[in-house]
Design a binder for this molecule. Sequence first.
Ligand code: S3P
Length: 431
Amino acid sequence: MNLILKPARNGIKGELQVPGDKSISHRAVMFGAIAEGKTTIHNFLKGEDCLSTIRCFQSMGVSIKEEDNVITVEGNGWEGLEEPKEILDVGNSGTTTRLMLGILAGRPFHSVIIGDESIAKRPMKRVTDPLKLMGAKIDGREEGQFTPISIRGGDLESFDYTLPVASAQVKSCIILAGLQTEGKTIIREPLQTRDHTEKMIQQFGGNVTVDNRTIEIIGNQPLKGTDVFVPSDVSSAAFFMVAGAIVPNSKVTLTRVGLNPSRTGIIEVMKRMGASLQVEEVSSTGEPYGTVTVETSELTGIEIGGELIPSLIDELPVIALLATQAKGKTIIKDAEELKVKETNRIDAIVKELKKLGASIEATDDGMIIEGSTKLIGGQVDSWGDHRIGMTLAIASLICETDVVLENSAAVNISYPTFFDDIKKLLSRIDG
Ligand code: S3P
C-alpha cells in the first residue's frame, strides 16, 4: 500500500506510550509455553512477528488466549509441546525462527519451519551449526543455511561455545537448547547483546549465571509460569525520539520505555550528538523502564561503532536519518550485521534517504552521512522492512514536500499503530 505523508509544519508535541517490546513479547510466549502453569503477559506487542510466535506454539498444542488485552499461556512444561501437524510459519520473524529452533532441537518430534521471502534469505547456519554440535538432527536449504528448515529433536549434549557473531538470537537459541540438556552449557559472546532471555529465565524461577560476557546455564531446571509486564519497545520509541529532535518546534514525552542497558545505545548516541533528551527511570528491577523526553535539538555528527553497535543495531536506520540533520560527518562502522536483517539495511536506507536529498554513502560495514541537509520529498519504498518504512515516514515530517511511501504496511511487523501515533502527536497542535 502507498501512503502519502505530509510534512509536520507545526512540529510534533505530546505524550505517547509506544507498544510493547518485540523481543520481550516473543520470549514471554516461548517461556510461558515451556514453563509449568499459567503465564499472563501484559502490554504484549500484537505485531505480526509476535503473532507468528503465538501461532507456532498453538500449533504445538499450547493454549494461548487473549482477553482484555492480556495474553494467557497455559504451559505444561517441555513435555507439553506436541509434534505440530502443520508446517510452522514464522512469517517475517527472525527471532521466532532462531529461538524456536533452540526449543525444537530438544523435543522428540519432527517439525518444519518456513517463512516469507525475507526469512528465506536470512542466515540460519549461525544457529543450525551449534545445534548440530549439541546433537540436533537438523537440515535446511543449502546445507542448513536457509529456510525451509526441518528438524527432528532429541537428546542434546551441553557444550562450551564461543559465538562467532554478536547475536542475541543465536545466544538465546543456544540457551533454550542448553536448558534441555543434562549438564552445563557455557556460551561466550564477543560483545554484550540484549539479555532479555537471561532476565526471563530468572523471572520464571530459573538460574543463569552471567560473568563478563560468559553465560552458564544448567539443563533440566524447573521453570514456573508467572506474570510478565512488557515495557514499551525502546526500538519503537526511537522513531519518536528522533522525530522530537529533528522536527522544528517539537517536544515529545515517551512513557514506560524499556531501558535495559543492552538496548539503550540510541539514548547514548543522541546525547553524544547533542540532543536535548531527558531520561527518568521509573523502575530499575527486572526489565527497567522509564520516561524519555526529547525536544528539537542542535545536533553534531559523531562516530558510532564497536561495542555500542549491538545495543542500537535495530536503530541504525533511524540514526542515519538523525545524522542527516547533524552538523558535520557521522560515521557508522562495525555494523555489517545490518546487511542480513529483514533487508540489507545499509543498501535500503542509503538508497531511500538519497532519494529524499540526503548526503549518505554506504561503506563495507556501515555508512557515512554528511549533514546537515534539507530533505526534499518524493517517492520512497520500505523494501518490505518495517524499520526502513518507519524511518522514511519520520523523514517525511521534515521534508519540504509530500512523501509517497510504498509498501507502508510493513510497519505492522513491529508497530501496527505507528501511523495513528504520528497523527496523535500532530493533532495536539493542529487541532
Ligand atoms: C533480537 C536480536 C537482534 C535484533 C532483532 C531482535 C532478539 O538480532 O536485531 O531485531 O530479540 O534477540 P540478532 O540476534 O540477529 O543481532
